[in-house]
Design a protein. Structure first.
Length: 393
C-alpha cells in the first residue's frame, strides 16, 4: 500500500483521536525510517521516547522473535523466566525492592497511586488518601492519571474527575508544605516535566520535597515514564539528583518498542500490595520482557556515559542555532524554545519535509532521539534544523 491508501484506510476505520503528522512509516533501522514511497527520515522522536535502541535493533529483534517462538503469553497465573529476570534487573539497577509490571505509563502510575493509598490505609486507616501533584505535570490519560495531571488542557470534556488529588506550583516549597495535610499519602512528580515543556525540577527543590515527605511519612512517587531507562544519561533521572523515591514508575523506553510499564517499590512500602490487591492480564508479558532484558543489558555504564556526552553535544549545537531562545532538559531529552514569532510547530513540519522527525511539548520543539543515535546523526539533524531556521525571516 502507498501512503495515500494507508491514510484513507485509517480515516475510514480508526477513531480520529490523534492529530497525526502527514507521514506514514513502514520500516526502519536504527535512527532511520522509510515511508512507502522510499523516502528516508532521521528520527529525533523514537516513538515518543519508546524506541530506546532505535528501530529493529538486531539483538533486540532476535530476542523478541526467539521468545515469541517459545511462549508469547501465559498471564500472571504462572511464573515465567523473562518477567522474574527483568524484575531482578530493574530492582538491582534502581535500588528498589519489588516490581509490578503493567503495559503503559498510565497503568504504571495507576499502580503507584493504588500502592500509596494502600500503604497509608494499612498504616493509618481511612482518610489518608490524597495525592499531591504539581501544576504543569502529566501522568497519563486514564481518569485517575488525568486527575493527577496538573494541566487544564487535558481536563476538558471528561468531568467529573476523581477526588483525592491536589495540585501545587512546581518549585514552590511553601505551597507544597501547606498542602501536606493529614489527608495526604503521597507526592507525585516528574524529575523533568516532559509534556509540560521539558522542564527540569531543581535538585535543591527535589531534596526539600524528599525531606518533607520523609518527615511526615508521605510516600514520594517519581514518575520516570519519560525520564527513566537512560534517557537523561543515568538509568533514572532521580539518580542524577540524589533523589530516593519510595515508588518509581517506568514505561516508554523500558521495552525497547513493545508495550511495557513497571511500578518499582522501595523497601519502605514494598509490602503495601499483596495477593488480589492489583493485577493485569498482560503484565510481565514474556515477549515484552525479553525485549526489555536486551535494553537492560545494553544500558551499561559506558552506554549511559555516551548518552551524557551526546546530550551535551546536542544541547551545545541546538543553542547555537538561529532563533533559539533557550534549550532545556538533560541527556537525550531536550526542549527548544524559539524567539517570539517562530513557531515550534512550523519548525517541526519544515524539518519533517526535509527528512527529520521531531516532537512538540507546549511551545517547544521536543527531541527524544533513540539512545543509540550517533554524533554524526546528531550533526546531520542539526544541519537540517539550521537550514529550516535560516529560512525564517
Amino acid at each position: 500500500m502507498n501512503s495515500q491508501q494507508i491514510k484513507a484506510l485509517d480515516a475510514a476505520y480508526v477513531l480520529p483521536t490523534y492529530a497525526r503528522f502527514d507521514l506514514c512509516l513502514i520500516e526502519g533501522s536504527g535512527c532511520r525510517g522509510k515511508d512507502p514511497e522510499g523516502n528516508s527520515y532521521l528520527d529525533f522522536a523514537s516513538g515518543i521516547g519508546v524506541n530506546s535502541l532505535g528501530w529493529a535493533d538486531p539483538q533486540w529483534a532476535a530476542a523478541v522473535a526467539a521468545q515469541a517462538g517459545k511462549l508469547q503469553h501465559v498471564s500472571n497465573l504462572y511464573y515465567t523466566q523473562p518477567g522474574a529476570q527483568l524484575a531482578e534487573t530493574l530492582c538491582q539497577r534502581t535500588g528498589m525492592d519489588k516490581a509490578f509490571f503493567a503495559n503503559s505509563g498510565a497503568e504504571a502510575n495507576e499502580g503507584a497511586i493504588k500502592a500509596a493509598r494502600k500503604y497509608s490505609h494499612d498504616k493509618y486507616g481511612d482518610g489518608r488518601h490524597v495525592i499531591v501533584a504539581l501544576e504543569n505535570s502529566f501522568h497519563g490519560r486514564t481518569v485517575a492519571t488525568l486527575s493527577a495531571t496538573g494541566q487544564d488542557a487535558f481536563h476538558q470534556h471528561f468531568h467529573p474527575f476523581l477526588p483525592g488529588f491536589v495540585h501545587v506550583p512546581a518549585e514552590d516549597i511553601a505551597a507544597l508544605e501547606a498542602a501536606l495535610t493529614a489527608e495526604v499519602c503521597a507526592v507525585m512528580l516528574e524529575p523533568i516535566q516532559g509534556e509540560g515543556g521539558v522542564v527540569p525540577l531543581d535538585s535543591a527543590y527535589l531534596a526539600q520535597v524528599q525531606a518533607l515527605c520523609k518527615a511526615k511519612d508521605i510516600l514520594l512517587i517519581a514518575d520516570e515514564v519519560q525520564t527513566g531507562v537512560g534517557r537523561t544519561g543515568a538509568f533514572l533521572a532521580s539518580q542524577k539528583v540524589n533523589l530516593q523515591p519510595d515508588i518509581v514508575t517506568l514505561a516508554k523506553g523500558v521495552g525497547g518498542g513493545l508495550p511495557l510499564g513497571a511500578v518499582l517499590l522501595a523497601k519502605s512500602c514494598a509490602h503495601a500490595l499483596g495477593k488480589g490487591d492489583h493485577a493485569t492480564t498482560f503484565g510481565a508479558n514474556p515477549v515484552c520482557c525479553a525485549g526489555a532484558l536486551v535494553v537492560m543489558e545494553r544500558l551499561d555504564d559506558a552506554f549511559l556515559a555516551a548518552v551524557n556526552d551526546k546530550g551535551a553535544l546536542f544541547k551545545k549545537e541546538l543553542a547555537a542555532l538561529p532563533h533559539v531562545a533557550d534549550v532545556s532538559g538533560d541527556g537525550l531529552m531536550l526542549g527548544v524554545r524559539f524567539e517570539d514569532g517562530v513557531s515550534a510547530g512550523d519548525v517541526l513540519n519544515a524539518a519533517m519535509a526535509r527528512g527529520l522527525l521531531c516532537l512538540l511539548a507546549k511551545d517547544r520543539l521536543r527531541l527524544l532521539p533513540p539512545l543509540v543515535i550517533t554524533e554524526a546523526e546528531i550533526t546531520e539533524g542539526i544541519g537540517i534544523l539550521r537550514t529550516v531556521l535560516e529560512e525564517i525571516k
